[in-house]
Design a protein around this ligand. Structure first.
Ligand SMILES: [Zn+2]
Length: 462
């Protein structure tokens, strides 16, 4: 009988202190050991990773599929298959659903739905709902990975999706931070000032809705930076484990820098802000509309600078699928179009491309899309590392391979609305994705069954 289930041999393995030419043994869904080449015990299956790079499985801490609502946009099965194809082994699903995941009942229902359908591991955010300790504590018992709130009101017609999630009133934001500080779980905030959005939204009504610049004019960067400054000020008293979602602008980077050390906070940005500007949105049309908007070259440069000096520590997808008909219905109208792009298959090759271009090191890129998230959410080194005892989650990549982003090779149900990055040629390719020792994606094919993904809570023990 073999000692190992799987041996990944001949590759360069990313360990916490850097790349090493070692063999990686997996057994019982965990990393069994790291061995000098040729010294590992016998394995039932050997994966030849010669010429490849072996990474701890990618963890995306910001993902939307909204299931079981809106299956026409994508289901847990389609979007976790897409995640597997994108090299992602664990995703953290945001609480927007219909109804909103802001009650213990809804959290339990979503947990069961995802458990039956997910191809990769998943964790669930909760929204704080009625802001009572009783509801909060029941959701903690159910294993929510963290919390999410918006500082903006629910978009028109979507009150039920944002019930208990949207807190445009500052007093409610402060109450939420205070209440959730007691749980020691991160509180992720979509930060744009409701009052400034209302002001600029009115002003933009006289502008051409088909122009990408109108979207930016209706939600300029100051909406984001003011909301972030207020949250960081509140958090000096509230003392929550605060995390600012999808930072887009140079101004907000300045705010984050100014508040450094004043409370326990962190911040993320996304590939759409690092690899695109409003010019790309202009070309792709409303398919590329996201909130907050994709900005300008100086903003993109500021985000890379913020990554370089550690002001921003996370890159997340904010993957948000829509049906083609929904986007098409708003063709030529940036104000009316639904916001969101499906980016789960773009992030890993895009970050590898940034490595190839010398923008970040491989270790930095991996920290941004995996290890830092695992650490911030208390899962490291069970997730985010390849150490004996870690979960056997592995993303095998080819740093010299090429990925051309195209609907022809994508797995997301929303591949027909992924215009923002169509045609992008990226240096770097996902070859194989392994979750808990099982190969779920290999050279273009999904091999993992629905329902194999595990529900990951803060109490996860690999
Ligand atoms: Zn989001």
């Amino acid at each position: 009988m073999s000692v190992l289930d799987t041996l990944i041999s001949g590759g360069d393995v990313l360990l916490p202190d850097g790349l090493h030419r070692v063999d990686l043994g997996l057994a019982g869904g965990k990393v069994a050991g790291v061995y000098p080449p040729g010294t590992a015990p016998e394995a039932a299956r050997v994966i030849d990773a010669g010429g490849k790079t072996v990474l701890p499985g990618i963890v995306d801490i910001h993902f939307h599929v909204r299931a079981p609502a809106y299956p026409e946009r994508g289901t847990v099965q389609t979007e976790t298959r897409a995640a597997a194809a994108g090299g992602v082994t664990t995703l953290f699903e945001m609480p927007i659903s219909k109804p909103c995941c802001s009650s213990p009942e809804e959290l339990a229902r979503r947990r069961d739905h995802f458990s039956e359908n997910a191809v990769i591991d998943f964790a669930l955010y909760a929204a704080p709902g009625d802001l009572t300790e009783a509801s909060r504590d029941r959701m903690v018992d159910l294993g929510c990975i963290a919390w999410k709130i918006f500082t903006t009101p629910a978009p028109p017609g979507r009150a039920d999706e944002f019930d208990g999630l949207a807190f445009p009133d500052e007093a409610d934001q402060f109450r939420a931070l205070r209440l959730l500080a007691g749980t020691d779980l991160p509180v992720v905030v979509h930060a744009e000032s409701a009052q400034l959005l209302a002001h600029f939204g009115d002003a933009a009504k006289s502008l051409d809705p088909s122009d990408a610049a109108t979207h930016n004019a209706s939600r300029p960067a100051i909406c984001e930076s003011v909301a972030v400054a207020k949250l960081l000020t509140m958090n000096m008293d509230a003392q929550a484990k605060l995390h600012i979602a999808h930072v887009t602008s140079a101004r907000t980077v300045e705010v984050l820098r100014a508040f450094a050390g004043t409370s326990d906070f962190s911040a993320e940005t996304c590939p759409q802000y690092l690899f695109a500007t409003e010019e790309d949105v202009g070309r792709a049309g409303i398919y590329a509309k996201v909130n907050p908007p994709i900005r300008y070259q100086p903003d993109q440069d500021a985000l890379w600078d913020a990554i370089a000096d550690g002001v921003i520590n996370f890159v997340t997808t904010d993957h948000a699928p829509f049906a083609k008909a929904e986007k098409q219905a708003a063709e030529g109208n940036f104000i009316a179009a639904p916001p969101g792009v499906p980016g789960i298959e773009f992030m890993v090759p895009a970050m590898l491309d940034a490595v190839a271009r010398g923008r970040v090191s491989l270790k930095q890129a991996h920290d941004l899309i995996c290890a830092n998230g695992a650490k911030r959410y208390g899962l490291y080194p069970k997730k985010g590392a390849l150490l004996p005892g870690s979960s056997a989650d592995v993303t095998v990549v080819d740093l010299n391979g090429e990925t051309t982003f195209s609907p022809a090779t994508m797995h997301s149900h929303a591949r027909e609305v992924a215009h923002l990055f169509y045609g992008r040629k990226l240096r770097g390719k996902v070859c194989e994705t392994i979750v808990a020792g099982r190969t779920v994606f290999h050279e273009g094919e999904i091999t993992g069954p629905a329902g194999a993904g595990r529900y990951i809570t803060p109490r996860f023990t690999s």
